[in-house]
Design a binder for this molecule. Sequence first.
Ligand code: ADP
Ligand code: MG
Length: 698
Amino acid sequence: MEKVSDYFGSMVFDDRVMRATLSEKVYRSLRKTMDEGVPLDLSVANEVAVAMRDWAVERGATHFTHWFQPLTGVTAEKHDSFITPSPDGGVIMEFSGKELIQGEPDASSFPSGGLRATFEARGYTAWDPTSYAFIKDKALCIPTAFCSYGSEALDKKTPLLRSMTALNKQALRVLKLFGNETVKAVRPSVGCEQEYFLVTKEMFDKRPDLRFAGRTLFGAKPPKGQQLEDHYFGAIKPTVAAYMEELNKELWKLGILAKTEHNEVAPAQHELAPIYAQANIAADHNQLMMETMQKVASKRGLVCLLHEKPFAGVNGSGKHNNWSIGTDTGVNLLSPGATPYENAQFLLFLCAVIKAVDDYQDLLRIAVATAGNDHRLGANEAPPAVVSIFLGDELTAVLDAIETGKPYHGAEKKQLKLGVDSLPSFPRDATDRNRTSPFAFTGNKFEFRMLGSSNSIACANIMLNAAVAESLRIFADKLEAAEDFEVALRETIRETIREHKRIVFNGNGYDDAWIKEATEVRGLTNYRTTPDCIPHLLDEKNVKMLVGLGVFSEAELRSRRDITLDNYCKSVLIEADAMVEIAKTQIAEAVLEQETAALQCALAKKELDPGISSDYETSLVKKLSAISEQIAEATEALAKAADAAREIEEPVPQSAEIRDSLIPKMTALRAVCDEAETIVAKKYWPFPTYGDLLFGVK
Ligand code: ADP
Ligand code: MG
């Protein structure tokens, strides 16, 4: 038997390889860049490039590529071969430090939201030495950031790295105030749980909606859905088990610590979670993971659906972003500590998060907004579009006690004097039982649950890092200027709790009463759709914070607003067009066939003996005939609405038109087609049903 430890990370130019292949001096210099962000010089890059090339060529690589994450949401790569002709007519394999550090893909076809005029189509990619290079499909992939020549970010990684820099800077200021001089770096860590569906390739191919849109645009409810909840954590079917095994192996080779896997609530739905890593690496890994999930599926006659809502009426797929901040010395800053000082520090960082989430609720909602995710957030599914924090009763009681100055009646019943007393120890596991909260404290990290399954995790973490950096900046400004640190600390914590406790909610987030309370009493925002929230990216407070911390320029924010809305519009328009085509060319036809069969039967009966009842057939014909008319009408209305929406050029009004006019017409067409499905014989129905798809993988 092959041992996992033999091949884990075998396709990654990781620390083990670096140590083995680089000179001591170059290794140390590279490590310094990776750990502390010290700039790298070309001589170091040259030696690293040679070592990387030799290592990659030995493992069968023939090409190299700068691997990046443009604003399309997927990854991009352009392969160059290592081969350079040699004077003797042969070839040598070449790869220089310059090629490692910087690349120049033809950037003209990536969205830039007006940042890059077409005549200035060039953009460049720059090596992110903190994320290991790896081999995929015979190409050495170098994780990179992607910028325009004016240095505007054209990708999701650049702002993520900038947000990490901002967080590092402000967190270090705060740690210093607590007397901590040894910490050199503070980094966010992220572990994300990825949900997905598996269907058979054979059925997938027969469903044009799945092929075009990644989700079903039609489909009546099956008799059995997730009512019995027998799938959750249930036994894994053999085909799925084999898929997971191969997937794990491929991910392990890429150094991705895939760890837990299980069935999810809906039939055919599963989850995969890796062990957490530094945020930018976790973002790279999640992209690679999604790609590998699809690749392995297609090799095994399956299709992995990453859409947020592949099936109406069945749980959608999300991605839980577990987030914390830790020091290079191994301390988790969101873990309650053992000493009074550590606890005061923990409380301050906790307050920084609470303030950040309250002040920038809208940015967190914006970070996860896509057409697909609109089917989860704000629809009848968890979590709601209202952002709130779950802290658990214990921690909430601690904060209450601090705010009011009253004794804390927790397990240890004692007066909490910040910075003097230690906190009671929290029963950590008990805090993670709320599954409806969009943002839950789980003992030593927060779980942000609003991400859609297909989202890049970069966006959510950019906003989280930036918002928390901003809280820390404000705290540090205040505390650095204070005469008495302890007094100022206590005040800051108390004030923050008082001002921001409205964002804390420990109850059931699905409850309608909560949404009412959140919006009407607490004044929290509730942006149900992408067009509702995205324009707020440019709200003054958001621009001020993000530009102030150097995470985005104003031009970049503008471009991102336009690209996100444009993407929303295009996705929904594709769905609308697909619906029109499917309804016209497949569903209408199936209804007609059923109608004809019923009609023929009725006529044949009459001919045979007018005394035989043909009431059933006649009523079926009437019903089908009415449905045919309705389908034709609804299709026509949808086609018209799509054309009208297409005419609008500006992304803000276009997206609003799509939300208000197009989507309701899609819903109407679907309703009548789904009704048809329930009365048309299966043999006439043009594609596999929900029942087939959801229970088709053995
Ligand atoms: P659950 O399903 O209960 O939410 P899982 O075990 O499936 O929990 O996922 C927890 C995720 O949180 C894992 O990816 C894990 O690595 C990650 N995690 C644990 N500690 C941290 C941390 N300090 N920072 C970020 N993520 C963390
Ligand atoms: Mg979870």
